[in-house]
Design a protein around this ligand. Sequence first.
Ligand code: ATP
Ligand code: MG
Length: 480
Amino acid sequence: MSIRTRLLLVIIGLLALAFVGMSLFAGAQITAGLQVDYEQRLMSDIKLIAQGIAPAAAAFARDETDDQALAAAFAPYEAQTGASLRLYFTGNPIEQYSGDNTVRNPIPRPEPPEIDAVFTGQTLVNQRVEEDGTVYLFTAASVSSDGRAIGILQLGVPTSALQALIVQRWIVLVSGMIALTACAALLVGWISHRMLRSLRQLQDSAARLAKGELKHRIASPSSDEIGAVARAFNTMAERIQSMLEAQQTFASNTSHEFRTPLTTIQLRTEALKRSPALTQDVAARKYLDEIESEIARLTSMVQGFTLLARLDTDRMELGRDQVDIVRFASALRNQMLPQAEAKGITLSLTAPDRAIHIHVNLAHLTLVFRNLLDNALKYTPNGGSVRWSLLCEDQMMIHTLTDTGIGIAPEHLPHLFERFYRADRARLRDVPGSGLGLSIVAAIVQAYGGDIQVDSPGVNQGTTVTVRWRVQSPEPTLQR
Ligand code: ATP
Ligand code: MG
């Protein structure tokens, strides 16, 4: 899991926890506040209603009006509050008025707390379950007219009204909390994205440096801690680049310096071989032959070094000669035939019967396939076979060189392109070679945008080398 995801999860989790805690606390406060408010409203409502219905109640008590008149006085208050009202007359006879019925019932005994409170001049709200199983809030107030007490007005309202109000507030609170958490998450995501962008940049730069882009630097590092790491990275890249450049210059100069003495030795050896004094001396001729072959080996190594040094410092010019690869392959095969025939190896070539043109430096192309054929012939015992097949598909030419030779153990395969690497040196004791060939081949193929792969099922099971090379190599881009 990435740092960003972990950071986001932790922060959002903490935020959500904080918001849930805050909401629970606020919700409890709101619920308690709502309950108190509601009860107070009921207590003030009952007093106002008691005053409102007092004239109608007084008229009813004096038998001046009937039930309908009293019901008409109650109706607007009941509609307004959603409560049910009951009026207990305290005169004689005791009557109870509830809705549009007048019943001759006394005040219930024992008196409910809200009615009891009225006798002591107080108002309170009492919650209890009625016979129908519904929870009600009750309150009561005295009804008086002209300074004379007429009765007690009782108001009952089911708690579901208050519950609905509380639920409504909770819904508002919870949706607010969800919206707030979402906003906070977005904000945290944006901030972490900005912060981690510099880290990602650092990661990209490290990957580019590892791939060999030594000139790459992190542009305008920030002034924070990540910026400090970026500046340290740039300094490190600077040091690595200058160290490698010094090393490459040294390698390049050394190989260049080797050339002149080698040429001189070669010329002198040729001269010595022609010298009449030495023509009869068998031992001297043998030594001169050996010296000559070692010079040839050294010269080819020095050429390899020079080429690798150029490739390392991007100083190798990619050629633009137009070469017909089919003709080239056939010519090279013919050149290599004597070497193959000397070991009784059949060297075959399968290629399309049309011209395939590529743009390349002919010397580079020769170096690549000569090295590969040389390996195939070198590492195939007498009487074996080497097959070179060339096919072209989707603007890509694919060369496959398969031999029936000594093969390569799997553990060596990943190292073959390393400089001076020779697989299983003990086995190759009698086979000349320095282990540079494949590293040069790979460097050239890659410089032209192609790729190379060496496969072998195992020791003594032959080897297959595959080279993929773009037919239409890209035109050099114009620099502004
Ligand atoms: P050089 O090419 O510099 O003269 P070399 O042939 O030993 O020396 P490379 O061409 O780089 O070096 O090859 C590296 C190693 O890969 C070889 O030493 C050999 O062990 C192995 N190798 C390459 N081609 C083959 C092949 N066709 N069959 C078996 N082993 C091979
Ligand atoms: Mg080789």
